[in-house]
Write a protein that binds this ligand. Sequence first.
Ligand SMILES: [Zn+2]
Length: 305
Amino acid sequence: MDPQLSVAIFALGLAFGSFLNVCIYRLPRRISVIHPRSSCPHCQSLIRSYDNVPVLSWFLLRGRCRHCRKAISPRYLVVELLTAGLFLLCYGQLGLTLSALKCSVFGFFLLALIFTDAETQLLPDKLTIPGLVLGLVFSLIVPVNDVVSLFLPALASPVSSTSWRLLSFLDAVTGAAVGASFIYGAGALYLRARGVEGMGFGDVKLMAMVGAFVGVRLTIFTIFAASLAGSLFGLWTLLSIWIKRTRRRILRHHESRREAQRRAWASAGIALRHLPIPFGVFLGGMAMVAFLCGNRFLHLYWRWL
Ligand SMILES: [Zn+2]
């Protein structure tokens, strides 16, 4: 890693992270990301360019608006640092290559979707659809190397440069189709079993985008890992609600411990069912893990089997 280049890539990441913050705030509210200029969400006063420097401005203003002194979410800082870290990680792992560019673009879209879903429970089409298209385009430049390429090269031999592009593109299309239909099917089953919508069309389009970037195998890896992470999160939430409500019942209603635990358990189950769990956050996070180290993990797994 070249130190000067690393600093430049980190700075570029900060700038892109700053733009990402604009997207996260504006896209779910259907405001253009280019016009008008950034303003404070509380007092609407325009943010001057010297107050809009990534990371630095947030610290200099101590996380507050210069005019109304209301708090600016630490999310602005976190997203800028995460984007810069992501760009640097892609460069560190893959060098100055097209693969690193693909990794950065993929991560950029995932970060935008993860934070938008966490804040608004929305996965805007303005992110998922361009993401899907970019995933398909990148498959023509950087090989996806998935099932189609594994099984078809024997048929397409001798492999010319056009045929690897075609195979890679087919891999991306298959990945998108499998990702989207898996989530669509799971969503339909969930709706039938629980009577509430667990996953929306946003998740379907998100997984189409992920599939186009990573191919079928890593798409399935992503879905399983995200389900596991989502379940652990659900369990942790259930237990913390249960403990809190048990304590409250003992203190306020003077119930016996056993009675309080039983009643709190029933009400925690109901509370969890109505709690919106942003599944897109888990899908997006695990997609990034899959892209960076999923193949290594699958390789170890097969060897262990
Ligand atoms: Zn303000």
